[in-house]
Ligand binder design. Structure first.
Ligand code: FES
Ligand SMILES: [Fe+2]
Length: 412
């Protein structure tokens, strides 16, 4: 039989592999369970990629601050006297105590409880009691460790933890024009206000949540609400650079009921879904290889009735809670050491397959660089000044110990 004919019957796949019609192997279970992979992701992904955090509606007044932790990186966003949004690691430059202990609030200054050092809203060191008597202590070199901030066209706040002056990855590299999606023109983000946040903790890897969110193959069997929100027949995702745009194929009836939705997943771990009555920022926040939180910040349209707001708000709460159960139980089986992976549908599971490809590419590239450098590369790590010679030697001494002894004991 001619090869073309074999293909027609689906028998000649190995000759001309067509990705649209061939199932694809998922990432193996070990990627969802191993401590080493999690630590590599902290270096390769969470320390280098732009992370969507919140909307500036939450930081309106001078001194307003919000504290976040993502993959053990603890940081603070704040609005300074000039109205700029700043971000800092929540680490005192003296001896590493967290300068901010509340999750949110309004401050004039950030004062560390341990020994009383204090910092301005721009992160500059204001006072270090007793240090004024010392020679060679440079206050300007002891501000809070800064984090890069980007505020997009619609007012969403992003951070990048790369400690370099310029992060290696520009926001535009992953998200160019994603804030100018045609469908956003139907919404005015200034019409919304912060309403509440909520979260669910679970025993799953953060990637299993991303896999779940980025396909609607499971919607029919899991979410009785989804047919009111989306057209399952035409549901599709568009993947590009660091984003996955979900096209819910909204019908005219859904549109009339105020259930028009525009949902976008932003690699690695966030999404934003906007509807006429509310929008929410969702984050899948890892706290370990097999533990994560699903965190939600919900904003309400000021002009929407309580009824309209609650219809969609409650619907999404049900949907996310149903997803939590799926992820919890699937992860349990991944942890048991039997299952490695299965074959995914190239069209219906295009979103998670794209997500997994970006994860694979990002961690393997970083790992290659580490192998070439013969050491782990921690892009978010503090850069020591040139005059910190003793410290440099101390760091290298310890690195040498780790290389020549038991690597399993490496805990960063
Ligand atoms: S650790 Fe903050 S003042 Fe000492
Ligand atoms: Fe779901």
């Amino acid at each position: 039989m001619a090869p073309a004919l074999l293909n027609y019957f689906g028998l000649g796949r190995s000759a001309t592999r067509n990705e649209e019609t061939t199932p694809v192997r998922a990432l193996p279970a070990s990627w969802y369970t191993s401590q080493e992979m999690y630590e590599l992701e902290r270096r390769a992904i969470f320390s280098r990629k732009w992370l969507l955090i919140t909307h500036k509606l939450r930081l309106k007044e001078q001194g307003d601050f919000l504290r976040y932790d993502i993959a053990r990186f603890d940081f603070v966003l704040t609005c300074d006297r000039s109205g700029n949004i700043n971000a800092f690691h929540n680490i005192c430059r003296h001896r590493a105590y967290p300068v901010v202990e509340a999750n949110k609030g309004t401050a004039k200054i950030f004062a560390c409880r341990y020994h009383g050092w204090s910092y301005g809203l721009n992160g500059k060191l204001a006072k270090a009691p007793g240090y004024q008597d010392l020679d060679g202590f440079d206050k300007s070199q002891n501000g809070l460790l800064p984090i890069h901030v980007h505020v997009d066209t619609n007012g969403f706040i992003w951070v990048n933890l790369d400690a370099k002056e310029e992060p290696e990855i520009a926001w535009e590299d992953d998200f160019d024009t994603v804030d100018k999606q045609e469908r956003f023109s139907e919404f005015n983000f200034d019409d919304y206000e912060f309403d509440h946040n909520w979260e669910m903790d679970g025993g799953y890897n953060w990637k299993i949540l991303a896999d779940n969110f980025n396909e609607c193959y499971h919607c029919k069997t899991t979410h009785p609400d989804v047919p009111s929100l989306a057209n399952l027949e035409s549901y599709d995702v568009n993947t590009k650079a660091g984003h996955i745009q979900h096209d819910a194929g909204t019908t005219s009836e859904q549109r009339a009921a105020g259930l028009r939705i525009a949902s976008t997943y932003y690699f690695p771990n966030a999404s934003m879904t906007v509807t006429p009555h509310f929008f929410f920022v969702q984050k899948f926040v890892p706290s370990g290889p097999t533990s994560s939180s699903m965190r939600y910040e919900v904003f309400r349209n000021k002009n929407s009735s309580e009824e309209d707001f609650q219809l969609i708000n409650q619907m999404y709460k049900r949907i996310m809670s149903e997803d939590k159960v799926l992820c919890d139980l699937a992860q349990k089986n991944l942890n048991a050491g039997v299952f490695i992976n299965g074959e995914m549908h190239p069209r219906m599971e295009k979103g998670p397959l794209y997500f997994q490809k970006v994860v694979r590419d990002t961690v393997t590239e970083h790992h290659k660089r580490e192998k070439a450098a013969k050491q782990e590369i921690w892009p978010a790590r503090q850069n020591l000044p040139n005059n910190a010679l003793v410290s440099q030697e101390d760091v290298e001494f310890c690195t040498g110990l780790a290389c020549s002894s038991n690597n399993d004991a490496l805990v960063w």
